[in-house]
Design a binder for this molecule. Structure first.
Ligand SMILES: Nc1ncnc2c1ncn2[C@@H]1O[C@H](COP(=O)(O)OP(=O)(O)O)[C@@H](O)[C@H]1O
Ligand SMILES: [Mg+2]
Length: 425
């Protein structure tokens, strides 16, 4: 009898194909994970390449592990249709020898980890673009009550497809957590035996302080990790790259304040961007951005071109005038939405620059640290308080004319009095 698989057309399976008995055929191993392997495979019937995430035989027998795998599959199934920035899951099943597997869309490209390793630093706008797409994926996950808990460059894929711009895809919801009260009918059911908070999961270099301490987590743990990923893209190294050893890294994540990216990066980083990264890396979750959307908006603002930032000066409050001279002003400004953004404006008052008719420059000039700012674009006087050069000049001219007229009148009166005295004599 002829083997039905050899008659179907596709090449025969290797005798030790781990996917034998499924609709898929093993092609090659892509990566070996801690709990399984990632293989490139082909759907035998459709002849379509896919990625299969396959659990190790030993883990398949562990109580609770299959449930965790189910949670990963269901999280992806719910999120991928909502955002293009989460990898799509196509199928799930179990091999003949009882190993659970997930079938994922086959992505071309490579991970952000590989990209950073190859290029050292990414330019500001590119790094911010990747971070924004990552934050979009997190926004959808958090809205659905899912915390990823393992956001790091190895789990962020830069997907390339012909005729399309590179797209960020968040991978690996393998240790995700469903928060109590997650919304929606299609929300994955929480684990039957949830991971204890005291158990530290994830990679130490991108762990949040609360993860490092084994404390209770919410979605803000992912915002910290996203901040650390942004730091790594800007600086070419993670915030605690100078610390070695798991225990020392965990300690640093929990207690030490990293140096701002501008101090360690081999590229110039504006103070506004430094502030965004450092806020995301705050030790206390309540000092970070409250949501992925808020983080993304702050990132946008920090890199907005000068003209756009000028247009936004309405968001700065004048806290105090610190002195004035002829045509010069000094004042303290405070950001209305980010009260920590305090700046001092010192300089000549100028009318606001006109927004260019066409595209504005993509990269803003670096903004100097807040306390020593000399007329950086968004720290200029808000339009409501500015006085233009032209107006000042006209006022000065009319003042001079009035003074000259009065002097002329006084001189004429003196002359009349003098003539009257002479006449009397
Ligand atoms: N859909 C995919 N397309 C291409 N490569 C992928 C895909 N999913 C995962 N990979 C590769 O496999 C690696 C491990 O995948 P991941 O889901 O993170 O598994 P693990 O839980 O073992 O970390 C990724 O870093 C990436 O290089
Ligand atoms: Mg992974």
């Amino acid at each position: 009898m002829v083997d039905p698989e050899s008659r179907a057309g596709p090449p025969a399976r290797p005798a030790d194909d781990p996917l034998a008995g499924t609709a898929y055929r093993f092609l090659r191993r892509v990566a070996a994970g801690a709990m399984g392997e990632i293989v490139e495979a082909e759907h035998v019937g459709l002849r379509r390449k896919v990625i299969v995430k396959l659990v190790h035989r030993s883990y398949a027998a562990l109580p609770g592990y299959v449930d965790r795998f189910r949670l990963e599959a269901q999280s992806l199934a719910m999120l991928a249709p909502r955002t293009p920035h989460v990898v799509a899951v196509l199928d799930c099943g179990e091999t003949r020898d009882g190993r659970p597997f997930l079938v994922l869309e086959h992505l071309g490209g490579h991970t952000l980890e590989k990209e950073i390793r190859a290029r050292r630093v990414l330019p500001l706008v590119e790094a911010a673009g990747i971070a924004s797409q990552l934050l979009e994926a997190l926004r959808f996950a958090h809205d659905a009550g899912i915390v990823h808990r393992d956001v790091k460059p190895e789990n962020i894929f830069l997907a390339e497809a012909e005729g399309r711009e590179r797209q960020v895809k968040l991978l690996d919801f393998g240790i995700a957590k469903v928060l109590p009260g997650a919304a929606g009918e299609d929300a994955p059911a929480p684990l039957a035996a949830p991971t204890e908070e005291g158990m530290t999961l994830g990679t130490p270099r991108y762990l949040s302080p609360e993860q490092a301490r084994g404390a209770t987590l919410d979605h803000r743990t992912d915002l910290y990790s996203a901040g650390a990923v942004l730091y790594a893209m800007l600086a070419g190294r993670d915030p605690f790259a100078h610390v070695a050893g798991i225990a020392a890294i965990l300690r640093a994540q929990a207690l030490d304040l990293p140096r701002p990216p501008s101090v360690v990066a081999a590229q110039e980083i504006p103070a506004a961007l430094d502030r965004v990264v450092m806020k995301a890396l705050a030790k206390r979750p309540e000092d970070r951005y409250a949501s992925a959307a808020e983080f993304a908006a702050a990132l946008d603002r920090a890199l907005a071109p000068p003209a756009a930032r000028w247009a936004e000066t309405e968001r700065m409050d004048i806290k105090a005038f610190q002195g004035a001279g002829p045509g010069r002003r000094a004042m303290r400004l405070q950001d209305k939405t980010e009260p920590l953004n305090v700046a001092v404006f010192r300089g000549a008052l100028r009318p606001p620059p006109r927004a260019p008719a066409r595209a504005v420059p993509i990269l803003p000039p670096p903004v100097a640290p807040a306390a020593s700012v000399e007329a950086s674009p968004w720290q200029q006087t808000p339009p409501r308080t500015s006085v233009g050069h032209a107006t000042q000049g006209a006022a000065r001219r009319s003042r001079t004319m009035i003074v000259s007229l009065v002097a002329l009148l006084v001189a004429a009166s003196l002359l009349v009095v003098l003539l009257a005295v002479v006449w009397r004599r």
